[in-house]
Design a protein around this ligand. Structure first.
Ligand SMILES: NC(=O)c1ccc[n+]([C@@H]2O[C@H](COP(=O)([O-])OP(=O)(O)OC[C@H]3O[C@@H](n4cnc5c(N)ncnc54)[C@H](O)[C@@H]3O)[C@@H](O)[C@H]2O)c1
Length: 283
């Protein structure tokens, strides 16, 4: 067994909150850390609200709600993560921000603790190399929304030990997910294949081939996808999507990864999708 019992989650955005819920539901003790206590507490309140709705629909019980929320501690203090067996960061998709965070975690988290990133595309090895335990750094990439999506990509940088990768695979499985192992290459499996499609959908709309509603309807009805590309971009977040495309393009130079101008302009305008209530669609 991997010996993981206590899990730290960093970042209180879309993914941080989903990760906290998944880990607490799986029975792990969870510490969620955000830069502000209010944001960390808001995240726990969001999970609580989700439970209230699930209870109304008969999909959860009050006992489950109490047990899961009882396992989650909210904090704004990094030091609270010291005795975590596993810490997963899920902050902004920006390599400089993530590297600075890993350097801080190195000082705080007990030496045998595993440090993981939920990055969608960035090189895990670069985060590993700012620590003194590169063998204990791994990618654990959940999908959005984390409580619903079955897949986790476990990303193996060339520095990781087999024990660390095995522990990450066991953790993902214990969370009820289907875990796949993948090398540390931009976009891993899913985003490397998905993002040329999303980018080309925006390009198709830019040149006026069809409306975004028509493209979404076409891809749902024609390919049996649960949502069309514009709805999916809004769900992922346009800033995160742009960061993913930029990282893919920097690594592979493939023109399909070159973000279309509209996407960049929308991010500049703060239209980031569902999280800002306006992206390709309004919410
Ligand atoms: N959105 C998705 O569909 C998705 C899916 C899988 C993985 N991810 C990855 O998860 C991570 C978080 O994405 P998200 O969608 O939750 O983003 P988000 O925008 O919802 O949240 C980002 C979080 O980072 C924090 N943050 C911003 N700047 C920071 C800084 N300088 N230092 C520390 N924290 C900072 C914010 O306060 C917020 O809590 C990213 O690495 C992203 O690639 C996202």
């Amino acid at each position: 067994m991997s010996g993981i019992r206590k899990v730290g989650i960093l970042g209180s955005g879309i993914m941080g909150s989903g990760l906290a819920e998944v880990a607490a539901r799986a029975g792990f003790d969870v510490v969620v850390r955000s830069r502000s206590k209010a944001a960390a507490e808001a995240m726990v309140a969001t999970i609580d609200k989700g439970f209230a709705k699930a209870i109304e629909r008969g999909k959860a019980t009050e006992d489950e709600r109490a047990a899961v929320l009882g396992r989650i501690q909210a904090t704004d203090h990094l030091g609270t993560l010291a005795d975590c067996d596993l810490v997963i960061e899920s902050v902004l998709e920006d390599l400089a921000v993530k590297k600075a965070l890993f350097a801080e975690l190195e000082q705080i988290v007990k030496p045998e603790g595993i440090l993981a990133t939920n990055t969608s595309t960035l090189p895990v090895v670069e985060m590993a190399m700012v620590t003194e335990r590169p063998d204990k750094v791994v990618g654990i990439h959940f999908f959005n929304p984390a409580p619903m999506m079955k897949l986790v990509e476990v990303v193996r940088p060339i520095t990781a030990s087999d024990e660390t990768v095995d522990a990450a695979l066991q953790f993902a499985t214990a969370c009820g997910k289907d875990a796949v192992e993948v090398k540390d290459r931009a976009g891993f499996i899913v985003n490397a294949l998905l993002f040329p499609y999303l980018n080309n959908a925006v390009r198709m709309w830019e040149v006026g081939t069809a409306s975004m509603e028509s493209i979404d309807t076409a891809m749902k009805g024609g390919c049996n996808f649960p949502m069309g590309p514009f709805a999916l971009l809004d769900l992922v977040g346009l800033d995160t999507s742009l960061a993913i495309l930029d990282a893919l393009h920097a690594e592979f130079g493939d023109p399909n990864y070159l973000a279309v101008p509209t996407l960049r302009r929308m991010v500049a305008a703060g239209r980031l999708g569902r999280k800002t209530k306006r992206g390709f669609y309004s919410y």
